[in-house]
Design a protein around this ligand. Sequence first.
Ligand code: NAP
Ligand code: FE
Length: 370
Amino acid sequence: MEFLFDMPVRLFAQQNAVEKHQEEFGKYGKRCLIVTGHNSAKACGALDDVTKALDNQGIAWKVFDQVGQNPLVSVCYQGGREAIAFGADFIVGIGGGSPLDAAKAVAAFGADPELTPEGLYQPHRLSALPLLLVGTTAGTGSEVTRFSVLTDDKGHKRSWGNASSYARASFGDPRYTLSLNRKFTLSTGLDAVAHALESYFSVEGDQVSQSFAMMALKLLLPALKEVWLAEGEPTLECRERLYLGSLYGGMAINRTGTAFCHTMGYWLSEEREIPHGFACAVFLPDFIQYTVPLAPEKAMKLFSALGMYAQELCDTIIMLTDAEYEPATDEELEGLLDRWENSPNMKRTPGSFDRQQQRRIAEKVLQKKG
Ligand code: NAP
Ligand code: FE
């Protein structure tokens, strides 16, 4: 036995979680900045539930709804200035991974007027306002992780996270995901599948992270097939399985981080506007084919739990993935290989996933060669 489990987030995962646990919103002060995206928090009912909970607790609140997809560090910095100007004691993030990740950074900028956008990435910088998160997609698992993925001033997506970036409490109510359209339901679900697979095979994994990854995949794959086959909207019960799967995926990557599919996929979101989940999923079949021979026993354990072999798993992922893009030019590919040189995600991938291996897979997926 040898494992590490560390997830210092109080997680309320159930229908009507915000209303049922509204006293959590009264614990961190009297003034709150709500950080969210442009529309969906209002449309799915989460913003209403949170503002009611804040009103009931006598908290003054203000909304910062400037967070777009692939959130910019500069927008988070602006959110931090708003938090300071408003005198916010704490931050509530509502949304998919983009607003939740942004809220983690706003909490840091809001706690320290001297903090610069580059300073955010310093691992030992630890001050942050208390943070509560309310998820509205079933994908990133950001509710339970320390990670925040932000786009810097070069247009590059970069992940950061430390002991200060965990939420004090998170609320996972699958009802909010009912308004997600088919494209984002599949893409966010595939992000969670990527978390589980990349974590399961990670060299950093242990029995606990692998168990979470396996539980995630057992929930996510059948539920995503149901979404794919359904004539109408997925049921709330199906949404619940997707949400739970995404939380388990988050608990797995909080231990291990992600591997090469995430790092390589970032470019497809930055330069080709492919949603994050699809951008990672296009690499998963190659990830499976590369990894399984390096860890055959571990792979067999997974496949027997899932009741499917590698080829069927790859075919299912390909069926669920919708990603059309212009292939990368040779110049773009060389730039990426340079950028990936010191990526920790490549080191977490089993085997020696060196520049040559990276080139082989990048040419195949990003340049559609072979
Ligand atoms: P997202 O970028 O937060 O949202 C995608 C789209 O879905 C937006 O248009 C959003 O609208 C809409 N949306 C969100 N919830 C909705 C709902 N309930 N009903 C209808 N529409 C809704 O998507 P995401 O996949 O959850 O997050 C992706 C981001 O998370 C990426 O930047 C990725 O790099 C990052 N990520 C983070 C982690 C982590 O551990 N922290 C892990 C993986 C990925 P609005 O703009 O109106 O909100
Ligand atoms: Fe992800």
